[in-house]
Design a protein around this ligand. Structure first.
Ligand SMILES: *Cc1c(COP(=O)(O)O)cnc(C)c1O
Length: 417
């Protein structure tokens, strides 16, 4: 499978002239189609709702697309709540899944009428105090299954994960909420990240469905919905296969029919808070190859750095790379593709076979880093005085708008006193 950016070299060079390089660009059509596909596949469940994980691509222009497609937001901080608000996402369209949360953030979430997902048993009292003694009408708990579930590489083993409540605490927690007058209840978990194996997500569903039945039996509570969390993977490398969303939804529905329905919980809603799978494949970091050096290895230096996209450096993550106009050229060279940080892990690719790359500030090739639409620009930073790239949005009619300008020296100095 050949990964493609929906823009040819001429168009990319035009954007480079207009906005400078490097820049991120996102494909609105791809994002919309994926939300529609998800909503359609999961329409087998009552009241399915996707809360897009804002942290994956925190830009109101993208959040507005979610709202238009009938999705909401999953926020984890006060600024993310404000981003959702800015995009017109309201009330229970927002799930507030935070941890180690300051009271100001709980207060804002409650004021907005967001669904608050508690990360610990002690947060019941903490929230109650923050809200002046009155809990919201609906609350959710984040479940940590401990050794009932093996984690995956990015998120780690649940036993070692700081998130969520144990099963025992969950059961106790709902009883406490009930005593305190809470009327509606939900359950959430998030135990994987970038997981391509459908079985893993299906087993997570089973775990939650079984817990929902236990909660009904022991607390006499009919959960209003279960939130399956995020963590759906995307194929970054050629050999990987995309998650089959229709298959996943259908298999989960079978479990729902065999566990939830017989327990008298039919009608219980299903929610997700997927981030990566919605925008990841529809974002590209476009940069220019400005230098080439040949020492023990052959290096291509870009005008982007790991300050723009840190996944390769921190996870050793693979991102497909193509060269504008050379999509079909044979891989004649082997390069390390690097940025300018004083860190030797600032490499977008290591020993990668690629077509011959021309370098130069004006005439160098445009180097495109694929699958950068989630946890890309959002994880950027300013180390080494690097200024982060801006963001562009490619509309279905082919026009392009700037949805975040690149950072300036003034931005870098703005917090100095
Ligand atoms: C990161 C995160 C998500 C989104 O994860 P993806 O891997 O982008 O789908 C959803 N929910 C919570 C609580 C998260 O921390």
């Amino acid at each position: 499978m050949q990964k493609k950016i929906p823009l040819n070299k001429t168009k990319l060079e035009e954007l480079a002239r207009r906005f400078g390089t490097p820049f991120y660009i996102y494909d609105e059509s791809g994002i919309r189609e994926t939300v529609r596909h998800l909503n359609n596949a999961f329409s087998v469940f009552p009241r399915f709702f996707e809360h897009f994980a804002v942290k994956a691509l925190p830009n109101p222009a993208v959040l507005r697309i979610m709202r238009e497609e009938g999705a909401g937001a999953d926020c984890s901080s006060l600024p993310e709540l404000l981003l959702a608000e800015r995009a017109g996402i309201k009330g229970e369209e927002i799930m507030f899944t935070s941890n180690d949360t300051p009271s100001a953030e709980f207060i804002k979430a409650a004021q907005m009428g967001a669904l608050i997902n508690l990360d610990d048993i002690t947060h019941i009292e903490f929230l109650e105090n923050a809200l002046g003694g009155k809990l919201p009408e609906i609350l959710s708990f984040r479940y940590n299954p401990g050794n009932k579930k093996m984690g995956n590489t990015i998120i780690g083993n649940p036993v070692e994960a700081k998130y969520g409540l144990t099963e025992k605490q969950i059961i106790e927690g709902y009883s406490v909420l009930k005593q305190k007058g809470v009327k509606r209840f939900a359950l959430h978990t998030m135990v994987a990240s970038n997981e391509l194996n459908a079985d893993y997500h299906i087993e997570t569903g089973r775990l939650l469905f079984e817990l929902a039945v236990k909660i009904k039996n022991e607390c006499n509570i009919n959960l209003e919905f279960i939130n399956l969390g995020g963590g759906a993977g995307i194929p970054y490398t050629d050999g990987q296969k995309a998650l089959n969303i229709n298959f996943l939804a259908a298999e989960l529905k079978k479990l729902y029919n065999s566990i939830i329905v017989p327990a008298g919980l039919d009608g219980m809603g299903i929610r997700t808070e997927w981030g990566r799978i919605i925008t990841g494949p529809y974002g590209w970091l476009v940069s220019r190859a400005i230098h080439q050096k040949k020492i023990y290895r052959n290096y291509i230096g870009l005008d982007a750095s790991m300050a723009d996209l840190m996944r390769p450096a921190i996870y050793g993550a693979f991102h497909h790379i193509s060269i504008a106009g050379k999509e079909d050229a044979p891989p004649e060279e082997v390069y390390d593709i690097v940025g300018s940080l004083c860190e030797n892990n600032d490499k977008f690719a290591v020993q990668r076979p690629l077509p011959k790359i021309n370098t130069g500030e004006q005439t160098g090739d445009l180097v495109i880093i694929h699958d950068a639409g989630a946890h890309g620009r959002a994880m950027g930073f300013n180390y080494n005085g690097k200024l982060r790239a801006g963001e562009l949005l490619l509309h279905p009619d082919g026009s392009v708008t700037e949805i975040r300008r690149r950072e300036s020296i003034e931005d870098y100095f703005a917090t100095l006193v």
